[in-house]
Design a protein around this ligand. Structure first.
Ligand SMILES: Cc1cc2nc3c(=O)[nH]c(=O)nc-3n(C[C@H](O)[C@H](O)[C@H](O)COP(=O)(O)O)c2cc1C
Length: 166
């Protein structure tokens, strides 16, 4: 199974990236860091259709499973990932073919946050988007980081994520 990880975080070498790195060590997943992409806000006029969103989607479509990796920022996905999600609307308008190609793939979440438990409201947009777009939502692995990062917890969560994906 080909796995793509799309990460959106404000800290390049932060907690979420470390969780992603632990996951990648156990899979052949390829990481796409939204910090390296120029993707602008959704535009009803699609004047941004030449930015990096469509090339990224075209590449990601060659994978079977997409992991969305994001910290919990204010009970939500990161702003970087939300901009990417908003742009999925392009696949319902100017690029319907790509939208059809996306159908049937599976997705999951890798996340870190301060709170002990991952809030349900954080997970819901991923689940509901998956339902809307005809994707198979496979679950969320979350690591709470309250002081020093616990590498054992990180590796355990990454292992659970591998099981959940495959
Ligand atoms: C802007 C901001 C908002 C945050 N909001 C939450 C939150 O709502 N719930 C939570 O548990 N942690 C919250 N945190 C803590 C981060 O989720 C946590 O430190 C996470 O591991 C950071 O990952 P990163 O290093 O990839 O940025 C917030 C942190 C920041 C910077």
């Amino acid at each position: 199974m080909k796995i793509a990880v799309i990460i959106g975080t404000s800290k390049a070498d932060g907690n979420t990236r470390q969780l992603v790195d632990a996951f990648v060590k156990q899979t052949d997943a390829n990481v796409f860091d939204l910090a390296m992409c120029n993707i602008s806000f959704f535009d009803y006029l699609h004047e941004n259709k030449s930015d990096d969103f469509l090339p990224l989607i075209r590449e990601v479509i060659s994978y079977d499973h997409i992991v969305f990796a994001t910290p919990v920022y204010w009970y939500s996905m990161s702003a970087q990932l939300k901009v990417f999600f908003d742009r999925l609307s392009d696949l319902l308008t100017i690029e319907k073919g790509l939208g059809r190609d996306l159908k049937g793939k599976s997705i999951s979440i890798l996340s870190t946050g301060f709170d002990v438990n991952c809030p349900e409201c954080f997970i819901q947009p991923f689940e509901m988007t998956a339902n809307y777009l005809g994707l198979n939502f496979k679950g969320c692995e979350y690591v709470s980081v309250q002081s020093e990062i616990n590498f054992d917890a990180l590796i355990k969560a990454a292992k659970r994520a591998v099981v959940c994906v495959t």
